[in-house]
Design a protein around this ligand. Structure first.
Ligand SMILES: [Zn+2]
Length: 109
């Protein structure tokens, strides 16, 4: 069996093929072979597929290491007032005064 591509949603590589569909255990995204990147439509969506907008408050659903620092954003952290970026998979926010980019698949409205 060929290797499953990285998750099209969160880009993690713990993905596997369960016999029917590709599965990402990190964000619970499932997609069919060759279907990557479809349906994104440049709309930022949270882990449940809910649309995100500037100023929305979200909750982090997974412990996240912040690149380039020792900071960890704990699961359950509430983030007030996100800002959409040009990338529908990422939003800007401020946590403890630091500007941080979060993957939308780790957020829940
Ligand atoms: Zn994923």
């Amino acid at each position: 069996m060929s290797e499953v591509a990285n998750c099209p949603k969160c880009e993690m590589d713990n993905t596997y093929f369960d016999g029917v569909i590709n599965v990402c255990p990190d964000c619970n995204h499932e997609w069919a072979e060759g279907e990557e990147q479809t349906g994104a439509n440049d709309v930022a969506r949270d882990s449940n597929g809910a649309e995100l907008a500037d100023g929305d408050a979200v909750t982090v659903i997974k412990d996240l290491k912040v690149k380039g620092s020792s900071m960890v954003i704990k699961r359950g952290t509430k983030v007030r007032s996100i800002r959409l970026t040009e990338n529908p998979e990422e939003v800007d926010c401020k946590i403890d005064g630091s500007s941080i980019v979060l993957k939308t698949c780790f957020l829940k409205k």
